[in-house]
Design a protein around this ligand. Structure first.
Ligand SMILES: *[C@@H]1O[C@H](CO)[C@@H](O)[C@H](O)[C@H]1NC(C)=O
Ligand SMILES: *[C@@H]1O[C@H](CO)[C@@H](O)[C@H](O)[C@H]1NC(C)=O
Ligand SMILES: *[C@@H]1O[C@H](CO)[C@@H](O)[C@H](O)[C@H]1NC(C)=O
Ligand SMILES: *[C@@H]1O[C@H](CO)[C@@H](O)[C@H](O)[C@H]1NC(C)=O
Ligand SMILES: *[C@@H]1O[C@H](CO)[C@@H](O)[C@H](O)[C@H]1NC(C)=O
Length: 359
């Protein structure tokens, strides 16, 4: 029976050949349903000032570091990067006010997490405070090895309908998307994309009611992905500062000024959900921000392990080395935790005075 044997050898050759040629992700960002979905047709939870981590510190927007953020489901990491004596560092306005460490140390954590989670697409949004050349960021990405997993588009501008599927990004191993708010140049670094020609944003540093107006863009908002700045600030000594006392409400699914309410407003206005939901203290609300994204994505949110618990519940100051009240930079990074009350204000005042003395 030569023919069947030959046929079966031929068939097994074809089958094993195709198996080694194509890897097909069956779970993408935690859900099989998302593999065939375009990146531009998925809603991701983002951590605002993801490096600004601490407890009872006047300069923080998050309780947990980037590794825990990713583990809990955050998939957009926003950060401010600046030149601190020749090193790219993650700071608030000035590294004297808040120093979140070097970009390289931060990206090393991202790389470690991504290596351990090969079926996840992650996005970085870097606010390039000092208008540094993209090659300087590229050097850090190469040092860490993130250049190898970075997605480089064919066009500098991609309509929200034209992004590849999460599955294809995972299959090709290029599953990190990075936006710079300025200076992006694909001819210099092909995977550092320009934010505002690809994404528009709602207003930031909102202290009253969230709306869904197009606040910043450099392109045609009707074809771009969009990001909602859903972190509530309060004004402390003339500066916007995270309103952690309201975070449970701000992050919740329904109610006045909730995440759910802003999303509903946006969907009513544009007939499509936001791509990125940028929040402070993401774990406030007990996972509501991830539930909201899951609802938009049409999947069931059921984490295998419970997400982290809120930490920033005290209004007293810590003696941490990282401290400082931030000043406004034009990019939504106020910095007073600990919420309302005279104690907080006194702490804020003393730290601001201290910071100004240092400066
Ligand atoms: C994805 O596209 C479908 C069909 O256009 C739409 O109903 C859904 O709201 C979109 N989801 C997201 C998260 O963009
Ligand atoms: C970074 O800052 C240092 C001074 O602290 C300066 O000498 C250097 O030129 C700066 N680098 C860039 C690329 O701006
Ligand atoms: C690139 O841009 C051209 C022209 O604008 C468009 O036809 C093409 O579909 C785009 N390709 C991708 C991958 O977005
Ligand atoms: C954007 O929002 C800020 C407040 O966050 C506001 O001051 C500014 O006027 C807005 N710009 C546009 C173009 O809507
Ligand atoms: C937020 O909600 C958590 C869990 O319900 C609760 O423990 C915490 O006290 C709340 N924080 C504030 C500031 O309301």
């Amino acid at each position: 029976m030569l023919v069947p044997v030959a046929l079966s050898i031929l068939l097994s050759g074809v089958l094993s050949g195709s198996a080694t040629l194509t890897r097909r992700a069956t779970t993408c960002n935690g859900f099989s349903e998302l593999c065939d979905r375009s990146y531009g047709n998925v809603s991701f939870v983002g951590a605002h000032d993801s490096y600004a981590v601490g407890t009872n510190n006047l300069a923080v927007n998050q309780d947990y570091d980037v590794t825990q953020q990713l583990t809990d489901g955050v998939r957009l990491l926003q950060m401010q990067a600046l030149n601190n004596s020749g090193t790219i560092q993650l700071c608030h306005t000035s590294c004297l006010l808040f120093n979140g460490g070097t970009l390289q140390d931060y990206l090393t954590k991202v790389k470690t997490w991504m290596d351990a989670n090969p079926n996840d697409v992650v996005t970085l949004l870097i606010v390039n405070i000092n208008n540094l050349a993209p090659s300087l960021f590229g050097d850090v990405f190469s040092n860490v090895g993130l250049d190898k997993v970075s997605y480089a588009p064919k066009n500098s501008t991609t309509a929200f309908t034209d992004w590849p599927t999460l599955g294809s990004m995972i299959d090709s191993g290029t599953r990190l998307v990075t936006f710079l708010d300025n200076q992006a140049d694909l001819t210099s670094v092909p995977y550092l994309l320009d934010e505002f020609t690809n994404v528009w944003e709602t207003p930031f540093d909102v202290t009253t009611e969230f709306d869904c107006s197009v606040n910043r863009t450099k392109g045609d908002s009707s074809t771009q992905m969009y990001l909602i700045n859903h972190f509530l600030d309060m004004v402390v000594l003339g500066n916007p500062a995270p309103n952690v006392g309201a975070a449970n409400v701000t992050n919740s699914l329904s109610g006045t000024n909730s995440l759910g309410a802003q999303v509903d407003l946006c969907v009513a206005q544009y007939s499509r959900p936001p791509n990125f939901l940028l929040v402070d203290f993401y774990e406030y609300g007990g996972g509501s921000v991830f539930q909201e994204a899951a609802n938009l994505n049409g999947v069931t949110y059921s984490p295998t392990t419970p997400i982290a618990q809120p930490k920033s519940t005290s209004s007293s100051a810590s003696g941490s080395g990282q401290s400082g009240g931030s000043t406004t930079t034009g990019n939504g990074n106020g910095a007073i935790s600990g919420s309302h009350g005279v104690a907080s204000l006194l702490v804020a005042l003393s730290v601001l005075l201290g910071a100004f003395t240092v400066v």
